[in-house]
Design a protein around this ligand. Structure first.
Ligand code: C2E
Ligand code: MG
Ligand code: MG
Length: 406
């Protein structure tokens, strides 16, 4: 049994025994995931009915017509009281659009064959209900995992629509003066039961479904409005650093989307830094270069996030016009403990200095390391020492106070 209460306010259909879920010949706008109860699929509206399958909790029904846009080839009926999670056409189509074109084509071929086989079966059996061997088996683990991914995806979609994905703000300070320089915005899911959910718990799902693109833009828009509303501490107004997932790099569409948000919010692009990760540079070097140049065209800067982790080739630094290097926390922490790590971090900072890059040291938790980073020419720092990620109102108070640390 699938726990549909976890689905929150998602569309759950509860039907009595005998109720029709959909009928043969109808267009199909929804598929359904069975949460509890059992369902019978019957075909043959022009002759004696043939039972094609009996399905239970954890199984999907009604997907064929949504995928191939043909009328329903069978009727689905509740055998007992059922709970169904409604999966809209948009959600299912979203996955198909992202799928490999060959796989998508194969899926259509398979569905066409299935429909053909079903018609043949109905004609030949002429109403012998036991002929097709209806199954009552529950799905295997693999299938269950796929569906739980689908449920998670639906929940994140809903959270996005309800505004429950909220930008938090972590200060980035000028190490030399200790002054507030800007904020990185980090998404949090304000969940009605689970409290604040961290990005690690939902970004991987959003990445797989492609929803991360909408999440990133939503976070940027809200963060831009919040940082503008916070004004400045009388000195320089803080910059805003946003995270952009690698999945934006399939096209230049993201540039128009960023430009639209810049225009709508009035956020000055000169105060915007866009964080990308090394993975993107490796996976799609040409596209990454085009996106980076287009971000510059908007008047914003580009930061390379988590530098030193992934594939970490210093050669990127001359191949791509990056403005800011964010040195990963593991190097910053390791510097104090391991001479070899310290040597690598020192080399990174020297190279960044020679290339005229700004550098942000990530994950600074104690002040012991700060003078050393300053000596090595590291301009900016970010970490719990200066402030944890905070909601917009706390960010506003911090800006107004003119202080640095939270
Ligand atoms: P990131 O962009 O490298 O963000 C820095 C992470 O380090 C944040 O984790 C931050 O809370 C954490 N951190 C900062 N200072 C310290 C410190 O002193 N000590 C320790 N131990 N940790 C520190 P968070 O907020 O959990 O975010 C994790 C990652 O999720 C981010 O890593 C980023 O890659 C991703 N992320 C967050 N928000 C978004 C978003 O809106 N869009 C996208 N695409 N990714 C996001
Ligand atoms: Mg980041
Ligand atoms: Mg980082």
């Amino acid at each position: 049994m699938i726990d549909l209460d976890r689905a929150g306010a998602m569309d759950v259909l509860r039907l009595e025994a005998g109720a029709r879920i959909f009928s043969e010949g109808e267009p199909g706008d929804h598929a359904y995931l069975i949460g509890s109860g059992s369902v019978e699929i019957v075909a043959g509206r022009d002759g004696p009915p043939v039972v094609l399958a009996r399905l239970g909790a954890g199984e999907l029904i009604g997907e064929m017509a949504v995928i191939d846009d043909h009328p329903r080839s069978a009727t689905a009926r509740a055998l007992e009281p059922v709970e169904l999670l409604v999966i809209t056409r948009d959600v299912l189509r979203g996955y198909l659009e992202k799928a490999d074109p060959l796989l998508s084509r194969l899926l259509h071929v398979l569905i066409a064959r299935m429909r053909h086989a079903q018609r043949a079966l109905v004609q030949h059996t002429g109403g012998a209900p036991s002929a097709p061997d209806p199954t009552q088996e529950l799905p295997g683990d693999g299938e269950g995992d796929v569906f739980s991914l689908l449920i998670d995806d639906l929940k994140i979609r809903q959270a996005l629509a309800e505004g429950a994905l909220e930008p938090f703000f972590q200060p980035i300070v000028e190490l030399g003066s200790g002054r507030l320089a800007g904020f990185e915005t980090l998404v949090r899911w304000r969940h009605p039961e689970r409290g604040l959910v961290m990005p690690a718990d939902f970004i991987p799902t959003a990445e797989r479904s492609g929803l991360i693109r909408a999440v990133d833009l939503h976070v940027f828009e809200r963060a831009a409005r919040a940082v503008l509303a916070a004004g400045s501490d009388g000195g320089r107004a803080p910059f805003l650093s946003i995270n952009l997932s690698g999945s934006h790099f399939a096209s230049l569409e993201v540039i128009d989307q960023l430009a639209a948000i810049i225009e709508d919010t009035g956020f000055p692009p000169s105060r915007l830094k866009v964080e990308i990760t090394e993975g993107v540079l490796v996976a799609h070097p040409e596209r990454a270069l085009a996106v980076i140049e287009a971000i510059h065209g908007l008047g914003a800067q580009v930061s390379l996030d988590d530098f030193g982790t992934g594939y970490s080739s210093l050669s990127y630094l001359h191949r791509f016009p990056i403005d800011v290097l964010k040195i990963d926390r593991s190097f910053v922490v390791g510097m104090a403990e391991h001479p070899r790590t310290a040597a690598i971090t020192t080399a990174m900072l020297q190279l960044a200095g020679a290339l005229g890059l700004q550098v942000v040291a990530e994950g600074i938790e104690d002040d012991g390391i700060v003078p050393r980073l300053c000596d090595l020419g590291c301009h900016y720092g970010q970490g719990w020492l200066f402030g944890r990620p905070m909601p917009a109102d706390a960010m506003r108070r911090l800006v107004a106070s003119g202080r640095t640390a939270g």
